[in-house]
Design a protein around this ligand. Structure first.
Ligand SMILES: [Zn+2]
Length: 106
């Protein structure tokens, strides 16, 4: 059975499904968030309005560049020292000779 809810900011009325009871919705007219009246225990699995609000605040469409960089740095710091790439000025002897040959041909 649908629930009639009115936006507190602009007064627009909505008919929402009863499973939205106790959840926060966003007004399509003025974009302000408000709660649908009703008992949220009808929702299965039950999610409290507070938890839903936290989920909405923390939810992001995609991982940001900063998060990707932090995750990359965390992965690199977990590697043992010998697994890190050798600096280019100290290559292995065999590789160094091959590189020297390549540079001579240039
Ligand atoms: Zn509104």
């Amino acid at each position: 059975m649908p629930i009639t809810v009115t936006c507190k900011s602009c007064g627009r009325r909505y008919q929402v499904v009863d499973t939205a009871a106790g959840r926060r919705v966003k007004c399509r007219t003025c974009a302000s968030a408000f709660y649908v009246p009703g008992d949220p225990r009808n929702i299965a699995p039950a999610i409290s309005p507070q938890a839903m609000a936290e989920l909405e605040q923390n939810a992001r469409p995609a991982m940001s560049d900063r998060d990707a960089l932090l995750r990359y740095q965390a992965t690199v710091s977990m590697l043992p020292p010998e697994a890190k790439m050798a600096p280019p000025e100290k290559p292995k002897p065999g590789l160094g000779q091959k590189l020297a040959t390549l540079f001579k041909k240039k």
